[in-house]
Design a protein around this ligand. Sequence first.
Ligand code: NAD
Length: 335
Amino acid sequence: MKVAVFSTKSYDKEYLDKANAANLHELNYFESSLKLKTVKLTEGYDAVCVFVNDALTKDVIEALAGQQLKAIVLRCAGFNNVDIETACRLGIKVLRVPAYSPNAVAEHAVALIMALNRKTHKAYNRVREGNFSIERLQGFELTGKTVGVVGTGKIGAAFAGIMKGFGCRVVAYDVYRNSSLEAQGVSYLSLDELLRVSDIVSLHCPLTPETNRLINKESIALMKKGAMLINTSRGKLIDTDAAIEALKEGTLGYLGIDVYEQEEKLFFKDLSEIIILDDKIMRLMTFPNVLITAHQAYFTDTALTQIANTTLQNITDIENGAINPQNQVCINMIK
Ligand code: NAD
């Protein structure tokens, strides 16, 4: 198949080319994201291959249908950036990588917790400048702390297991219970109760209309004063304005995010010589108790290999008319 790969970085090309070593498909790489302005580039292709911040809106998908494209192949698990209803209506198949090394994301959530708590990022800078003072670098011990996991699917379950290993009490909220986690001593609570009792809250549910701004002024008000909030899932799970207010008031003690509400204009780009117009992220960066990474939680060799292999398999399956139903995004998944 002839596939237009959008939002390509050097590592995407490296891993996709490795997975396509037998040259089963013709992959053409574009650095640009897929948007209405760039749809023209897809002329003559069978499918597009996209990532988390390519906005496959109704207009874009209608334009793809006009170019006779057969499929949208996502190099990620989340599909909140695709108008699934329009794709289904127009007969464009949407495939994703439903599972790839959940440990990659779970471990990054733990890395954010550890860095925020023990302030390793600050210690690193201090020592490099010959400042060996440990004043204000004090942290807390995780043993015995209560950790609330929102969404106990593949990543949330892996994260819960790691936090159990630290000696934490792990509580969870999900629309479905994970019995194997319950067997490991994880107790399910309502979301409100989880927010009330947790010292650390980590978000691992998908972005859906129900979870959009799940963490807002009201839900933050339920949290323990000084609690830590971690988001490695999707930026829109948190109302950023409410988080900024809570950080200013001191109700939120720490914020660690790998995803951000308006990340599509920022993340995966080198903007170091450009004036950043997003005042919210600039405000967030001024807080000493906020740690931001630019959507790198998935970024491990294991995950990149699995993403590339599943993506290539998805393309082959489309060509052979034998799609793996577990990888196909269907209309009932958004209803
Ligand atoms: P998953 O489908 O295995 O698990 C998601 C869980 O969330 C499920 O148990 C589901 O029941 C639960 N859920 C759904 N709606 C909910 C709601 N309203 N309230 C509470 N729980 C709800 O998905 P996963 O593989 O564990 O991934 C979770 C999310 O992590 C993805 O949706 C994606 O947004 C994000 N992610 C981020 C990165 C990154 O690099 N930062 C990488 C991969 C995935």
